[in-house]
Design a protein around this ligand. Sequence first.
Ligand SMILES: *Cc1c(COP(=O)(O)O)cnc(C)c1O
Ligand code: SF4
Length: 415
Amino acid sequence: MKFLTEEQKQEIEVVGTILPFKTNNYVVDKLINWANFEKDPFFILNFPQRDMLDKGSYNKVASLLNSDASRSTIQEEVKKIRLKLNPNPAGQESNVPEFNGKRLTGIQHKYREIMLFFPTQGQTCHAYCTFCFRWPQFALNDFKFAMKEADTMVAYLKANPQITDLLFTGGDPAIMKTRFFEAYFETILEADLPNLRNIRIGTKSLGYWPYRFTTDDDADDLLRLFEKVKKHGINIAMMAHFNHPGELKTDAVKLAVKRLIAAGVQIRSQSPLLQNINDKAEIWAENWKEQVKQGIIPYYMFIARNTGAQDYFAVTLNRAWQIYRNAYNQVSGICRTVKGPSMSCSPGKVQVVGVSEIRGEKVFVLNFLQGRDPGWVGKPFFAKYNPNAIWLDDLEPAFGENNFFYEQSFVELLA
Ligand SMILES: *Cc1c(COP(=O)(O)O)cnc(C)c1O
Ligand code: SF4
């Protein structure tokens, strides 16, 4: 067993001033392998690392902390650095709908059939991921999307009968006590919304705190509540974040998965592809195989978002495609429910289908898995090959064209 050196502790303190830091005894005792913690995926996932900040920012914060600068001086600098890290990527502001003349800040509605709901009590997590783009919600109150009224949510659903899916998100909504879930779900059931088919819960709790579904005080009540919703004909789907197969191997998580499935809950899995954590095809193949073995359905592989410590985690689009393909090749068809690698960009979820050559030009073949305009979905399009590209912004249309096919209508949609 190794321990953190004084120097490493100090680095965590410096970087932790910018990126919020939170871990817990499950992650520390059951997931991190302390014999080799510097390389451990869960250590890197929770503990801020020196290289997650650029040198200039790191030195600035370190010297402020060392010089006993006043709280307000430090806070001012922290705010500046955070703003440079693109705390609100992919134009999320433009997903916030207007309803009866008011902006509904606890809701995002980008894709026709699915609405995101940010319950106030669910805007934190059992532990914080160092790659996370949601950190402004924990750290910067200005960006906090939150809404108390279940009534407003239901009114919005009634006014938008095209919505079939309601996604509770955060933070991690599963951090909420069961009584809050109950308040939201009862309001939904009472409202009798014939179009609502699926309630999804975007959660990392299976990875960070499986006890939420086993031994926590109100774990049994939560499972009974899920069963009740299911009996009313609404499907409950956990959108579970598993970044690494190590998260699927503890007794606690296996029991939690079993209990959820026994309660009629579907579990689907998603994760970004992250350098230093899971950037190997073997890791993904093992992840998907282990998930399917436990009854979990592989769903999305994402490209790390352009926010926070992106440089530390970024994998080029070309490499992402190679890793995806090499992992996909190693598993049977039953694991190939997974989609990706996908970028959640402002116009939609863009999949890197692959690299190809068309009439002598090397290109990326791309495809919308989700679009602000549903008509864009499933139409392949082409970008000039760029070996260094890590995000859609780095790409240009192939074949000498000026715009991608969707750009004109995208501008009109936002206007
Ligand atoms: C990913 C995402 C969804 C869900 O999309 P699915 O493909 O249906 O899983 C919904 N809203 C937003 C804003 C998203 O980014
Ligand atoms: S659990 Fe989810 S919301 Fe919370 S820090 Fe990790 S990725 Fe972000």
